[in-house]
Design a protein around this ligand. Structure first.
Ligand SMILES: CC(C)(COP(=O)(O)OP(=O)(O)OC[C@H]1O[C@@H](n2cnc3c(N)ncnc32)[C@H](O)[C@@H]1OP(=O)(O)O)[C@@H](O)C(=O)NCCC(=O)NCCS
Length: 184
């Protein structure tokens, strides 16, 4: 497996933007999305399963969104908002914890309560996983899923992940067998 290098300008956005069924588009977060993000942060399911700020206000959400450019430049994270055809926020999918030596990263996802159960997270995870491999050149993506989160397990399986044996809560999408520029 070859090492991976952060591009000189930092983590790029998918270009063209990723689109797929059920009518979703993955785009960069915009400041105007702050109210939707603040709403997501106070959703009980999201708040108990994912790290959210202690003060989940619209101002804090705007601050987090504004920090996205720095996180990309430093290679820390690439966060994409999932929107519908009317540009309504449905959820998020993102990459973090990049490990250049292993050409690996963590992937995470959530959807707004109102958008659940119609394939949004599965589609978004599949789109970003494929692009992370084919566009960004990563070899391995890992999703950390609590054993009490069967919906997220479904999402992972539909996006092509399989459970890592001996690692409870870790799901991996690994395309070592797929020919990539530079190889995996
Ligand atoms: C987990 C989560 C992302 C799923 O989002 P979603 O958009 O509803 O996901 P999808 O519709 O693509 O797929 C969910 C699948 O799980 C299934 N599912 C939902 N609840 C389930 C449960 N309790 N047991 C088993 N399967 C369940 C759904 O039926 C669906 O499968 P189906 O289409 O075959 O019926 C969403 O519930 C969420 O944001 N939860 C809170 C945050 C979170 O847990 N993030 C992931 C952290 S690892």
């Amino acid at each position: 497996m070859s090492a991976w290098r952060l591009p000189p300008d930092g983590l790029p956005f998918p270009d063209p933007p990723l689109v797929g069924d059920p009518g979703i588009l993955l785009r960069p977060w915009a400041i105007g999305d702050a109210p939707a993000l603040a709403t997501a942060w106070v959703d009980p399911e999201i708040a108990r399963r994912l790290p959210v700020p202690d003060d989940p206000t619209v101002e804090r959400a705007a601050h987090w969104i504004a920090g996205g450019a720095k996180r990309r430049r430093l290679g820390l994270a690439l966060d994409l908002v999932v929107v519908d055809a009317d540009d309504r926020v449905l959820g998020e999918v993102g990459l973090s914890s990049f490990d250049a030596d292993r050409a690996a990263a963590l992937i995470g996802w959530w959807t707004m309560a109102s958008a659940r159960g119609r394939g949004v997270a599965s589609a978004a995870a599949r789109l970003l996983t494929n692009w992370a491999h084919n566009g960004l050149g990563l070899c391995v993506l890992v999703a950390q899923i609590g054993p009490d989160n069967p919906a997220s397990v479904q999402v992972a399986e539909r996006a092509g992940f399989r459970e890592l044996s001996g690692r409870t809560g870790a799901w991996v999408a690994n395309i070592a067998e797929r020919a990539l520029p530079g190889g995996c």
